[in-house]
Design a protein around this ligand. Structure first.
Ligand SMILES: NC(=O)c1ccc[n+]([C@@H]2O[C@H](COP(=O)([O-])OP(=O)(O)OC[C@H]3O[C@@H](n4cnc5c(N)ncnc54)[C@H](O)[C@@H]3O)[C@@H](O)[C@H]2O)c1
Ligand SMILES: O=P(O)(O)OC[C@H]1O[C@H](O[C@H]2[C@H](O)[C@@H](O)[C@@H](O)O[C@@H]2CO)[C@H](O)[C@@H](O)[C@@H]1O
Ligand SMILES: [Mn+2]
Length: 441
């Protein structure tokens, strides 16, 4: 039986230990011979890698483990690259969130001006990862979580149209788990129909394998509680701000009562509410720095200091299981049904065929094959046309180094009230991103 070789790009990510744990616990169904970590920040990666080395020595001593900042070493002889880099790190995420808020506009990692700013940083870094992969392991698949996934996916379509990269998001799998709690099933029992852009979509149907339709039951539940469930609170990491986001889905559903909304729609449908409930001096970046980053790096340092991995220091969640399931679906040509971000090509029949959309796909060794979701309603179509134009303008602005197109992108975002405010935010973002963005003219 073939054993696979994997590199995790963004080895120093807070999500790396969870993915490594998932890989170690999946060896019987997805055997691997080698695991490498790759990062461009040696100090950050070393903290995670030293702990992972001890964990692997204990759990999977036969799997070769190494870590490096050298692209050739990282990308040579690999079958899968699992990528989750953060260009500019948390300090730049903080700027993405705080600059728009200082103008009274939503400050978010992937939505609105913050997502646009992050997109301009991520594009060159992801293209570089693809180039390393294609140079050193041309048959490798890149499974990419790096955000903002919608802008990154559009940049891949335009700049590396033949690359073996699949852009993915953990939000739909996390929400499916919550849905399964609500209807008393497991996520594996349920098949969904879903359409949208990344962080911008709707479920139209949730059924079990016998065809029993749980959509009306879910609509009833979500209209009262959002996606908040007691079991999710007890079993999943859930900061208060995430709980509030899941609860807010009730107000999103009120706008489209037949379709179950992605929680990220709150930034577009209720931007005034989001701004009112944001602290411009302490945003989600600060919560993550003081929470997840401290916890994961603290646990890693404690393992290394004690010289021993006990077994329960790192947890496995949806995020880790989805990317491993995806790799396995490609490796064994399973044709499992999974949501991926792919070129539309008619999957949403009344929407731009060249838009990068998030829809259910059958995944096998040729990658994802999108399933037709048919025509979508006028309201969602209107919102998606506006948002996809924002995403396309960002990629055009990057390619053409165009200030004008960046201004248009910000102006068109549903989160921004006027061209005047868009320009003020853009000028601040340009200063903050001077070490990352190309010069715009
Ligand atoms: N798509 C999704 O649904 C989803 C879900 C969760 C996280 N994410 C994304 O995963 C990424 C990691 O998140 P995190 O909170 O763990 O961030 P993090 O800052 O802890 O980790 C990112 C790592 O990437 C490294 N890095 C940055 N630029 C790099 C480059 N050019 N080459 C190699 N390494 C580089 C950093 O040094 C850092 O160690 C982010 O992009 C985040 O938005 C996506
Ligand atoms: O603010 P962060 O860094 O905690 O999270 C940002 C990411 O959020 C999404 O992932 C969520 C997931 O959807 C949610 O259900 C819960 O389990 O937490 C995850 C993050 O920890 C999202 O899909 C990503 O794109 C974001 O990067
Ligand atoms: Mn996501």
């Amino acid at each position: 039986m073939k054993k696979f070789s994997i590199v995790i790009a963004g080895g120093g990510s807070t999500y790396t230990p969870g993915i490594v744990m998932m890989l170690m616990h999946s060896l019987d169904r997805f055997p691997i011979r080698s695991l490498k970590l790759y990062d461009n920040n040696p100090e950050r990666q070393k903290v995670i890698a030293d702990a992972v080395a001890l964990a692997m020595k204990k759990v999977a001593p036969d799997v070769a483990f190494s870590y490096t900042t050298d692209p050739e070493e990282a990308f040579t002889d690999v079958d899968f690259c699992m990528a989750h880099i953060r260009s500019g790190g948390y300090p730049m995420r903080e700027q993405d969130e705080k600059i728009p808020l200082s103008h009274g506009v939503v400050g978010q990692e992937t939505c609105g001006p913050g997502g646009i700013a992050y997109g301009m940083r991520s594009i060159p870094d992801i293209m570089q990862l693809i180039d390393y992969m294609e140079k050193y392991s041309p048959n490798c698949w890149m499974l990419n979580y790096s955000n903002p996934a919608s802008i990154v996916a559009e940049a891949c379509r335009v700049l590396r149209p033949h690359a073996k990269i699949i852009n993915i998001c953990d939000m739909p799998v996390g929400t499916l788990r919550r849905m399964s709690y609500i209807v008393g099933k497991t996520p594996q029992d349920l098949d969904v129909r879903y359409f949208g852009l990344n962080h911008f979509g709707w479920w139209t149907s949730v059924k079990d394998k016998d065809g029993t339709d749980y959509t009306p039951q879910l609509i009833d539940y979500v209209s009262k509680n959002g996606y908040l469930t007691q079991k999710a609170i007890e079993t999943q990491h859930m900061d208060a701000s995430w709980q509030e986001t899941h609860r807010k889905a009730a107000d999103l559903l009120a706008v489209t009562p037949d379709c179950l909304p992605n929680t990220y729609l709150k930034y577009y449908l209720y931007p005034d509410y989001v701004v009112e409930h944001s602290d411009p001096n302490y945003t989600r970046a600060n919560e993550v720095i003081d929470g997840r980053e401290k916890n994961v790096f603290g646990a890693a340092r404690a393992i290394t200091a004690s010289g021993e991995f006990k077994g329960d220091e790192f947890s496995i969640d949806n995020h880790a299981s989805f990317i491993v399931d995806l790799a396995r679906a490609i490796a064994y040509n399973t044709h499992e049904r999974m949501l991926c971000i792919v070129e539309n090509k008619g999957a949403i029949s009344n929407f731009d065929p060249h838009a990068m959309v998030e829809v259910p796909c059958l995944v096998g060794n040729d990658g994802p094959e999108p399933l037709c979701q048919g025509e979508i309603p006028t309201f969602q179509l209107g919102m998606m046309n506006q948002q996809v134009a924002v995403e396309k303008l960002v990629v055009e602005a990057y390619c053409e180094r165009s200030y004008q197109k960046m201004w248009q992108a910000l102006t068109l975002s549903k989160t921004v009230p006027s061209a005047k405010v868009a320009k003020e935010i853009l000028d601040d973002l340009i200063v903050a991103n001077k070490d990352y963005w190309p010069e715009l003219h």
